[in-house]
Design a binder for this molecule. Structure first.
Ligand SMILES: Cc1ncc(COP(=O)(O)O)c(C=O)c1O
Length: 437
């Protein structure tokens, strides 16, 4: 008789089970939003926006920071503010949301896709070093899901080769490396506040940087090329600077309502990150006891880990199953509102990363060839996506400890009945499906 819910057995959790939901708001958010609505400042460097910008930069330990429209233009502006443009090579991890690489092509740079570490899915520093050429100008580190690469080695590598370090922090608001906030480690960082993120305003983005010159450039880039001006002044700067600091650009601002909801969220962020981190460490300890289940590596330098997704790996040699089978069976057991998935499609085969579909990218034959993602080999990314990687949205980690126990029990149930999982007629995740956010 079938034991697993996917085959008609009794699930560990029925469909009626109440799981935590995301996003979260409270009465204070509603009051802040109403206050903005009743005011005559709805946009354009409003007081709530700067209040949030100063508070968020301070929380992450960055000198300067400012809001922008979303995390995609945040990366775009990070690159432009560093003067990165036509034919410059930028190293990008092969597993990330497509925007990290697409933003490079949008400034006419060449994204060079680099493989990831098998146990963190973050950029492999050795592979990055091997990919450096005379044309390399920058490395984008994506602090992916809920793990970090060796940031000390990466920062050293950038210094040695005179490269800019850009941090894509879209997944890790509230992560700290040796007590230093992510986003304050590199030259410029970019953040997303899209609905699924751990700090959210539905849509929205942010940049952080180390110098006032860089801040003026970012300001100008997000505000139609205007030079910085704020009243009252922010980050201890002058109230305004002259047109000589300005750069050609468009409008990438956000609204006071978004800033208000972000301010509310920021008040809850650290507590939520700590709850997720505690639950993740607990769940990892439970999973480590199950044969064939491999928790992700957490480096000792990580002093607080934020999770956009909770992830783990299957030892596919031992279990002889793949992630598409395992996640389908796990979803049937748990019925969580956010399903277990496979991690992002590698960017050399991702349905949403197609730089050769835009004629404006066709700067010439050599450039066209250089941006073709198919030229990169990414075996570790492929294995994570096609076979070993398991991922679920961070809201799972906001449940009570007894619910986290149920998650561990469900994984154990599948491993105890692995023959049934093995027989499921489910092939590897289709390439080019790009379902994950
Ligand atoms: C790693 C990463 N970078 C950049 C982005 C882009 O952010 P946005 O959706 O706000 O444009 C995302 C969004 O999911 C992301 O996950």
């Amino acid at each position: 008789m079938a034991k697993l819910a996917i085959n008609g057995g009794t699930p560990l959790c029925g469909k009626g089970k109440k799981w935590a939901k995301w996003p979260i708001s409270d009465e204070k958010d509603v009051q802040l939003i109403s206050k903005v609505t009743r005011s005559n400042r709805w946009s354009y460097d409003g007081p709530v926006e700067w209040q949030f910008a100063e508070a968020f930069a301070k929380y992450q330990g960055a000198k300067f920071g400012l809001c922008c429209a979303n995390g995609t233009v945040g990366i775009h502006m990070a690159l432009e503010s560093l003067g990165i443009g036509a034919y410059d090579e930028v190293l990008v991890p092969g597993m990330t949301w497509q925007a990290t690489a697409a933003a490079c092509v949008d400034v006419n740079a060449i994204p060079v896709l680099v493989d990831i570490e098998p146990d963190t899915w973050n950029i492999d520093v050795d592979a990055a070093e091997a990919a450096i050429t005379k044309r390399t100008k920058a490395i984008i580190v994506v602090h992916l899901y809920g793990a970090m690469t060796d940031m000390d080695r990466l920062m050293k590598l950038c210094k040695k080769h005179n490269l800019y370090l850009i941090e894509d922090c879209a997944h890790q608001h509230g992560s700290f490396w040796k007590g230093r906030g992510v986003g304050s480690l590199g030259d410029v960082s970019s953040w997303s506040f899209q609905e699924s993120k751990v700090l959210s305003s539905g849509e929205g983005g942010f940049n952080m940087c180390k110098t006032k010159e860089q801040f003026y450039k970012l300001y100008s880039l997000r505000n139609c090329g205007r030079p910085y001006e704020a009243s009252p002044a922010v980050f201890g700067l002058k109230k305004k600077v002259g047109f000589e600091t300005a750069l050609q650009s468009g409008n990438y601002r956000l609204t006071e309502w978004q800033a208000a909801i972000l301010l509310g969220g920021l008040g809850r962020l650290d507590q939520q990150v700590k709850l997720r981190d505690e639950n993740a460490q607990y769940l990892n300890a439970q999973l480590a006891k199950i044969p064939g289940i491999l928790p992700m590596r957490r480096r000792k330098e990580v002093t607080q880990q934020s999770y956009f997704n909770f992830t783990f790996r299957l030892d596919t040699k031992e279990l002889k199953v793949i992630n598409a089978q395992f996640s389908a069976a796990l979803n049937a057991e748990l019925s969580t509102p956010e399903a277990w998935e496979v991690p992002y499609d590698p960017l050399n085969g991702c349905g949403l990363y197609k730089p050769l579909t835009k004629s404006r990218h066709n700067l010439g034959k050599d450039y066209w060839k250089a941006i073709n993602p198919a030229r990169f080999k990414l075996p570790v990314c492929e294995d994570a996506n096609q076979a070993s990687g398991m991922a679920v949205h961070h809201v799972l980690l906001m449940n009570a400890r007894k619910d986290i126990d149920v998650v561990a029990a469900a994984v154990k149930k599948l491993v105890d009945n692995i023959e049934e999982v093995r027989k499921l007629n489910i092939g590897p995740a289709k390439k080019y499906q790009a379902l994950s956010r």
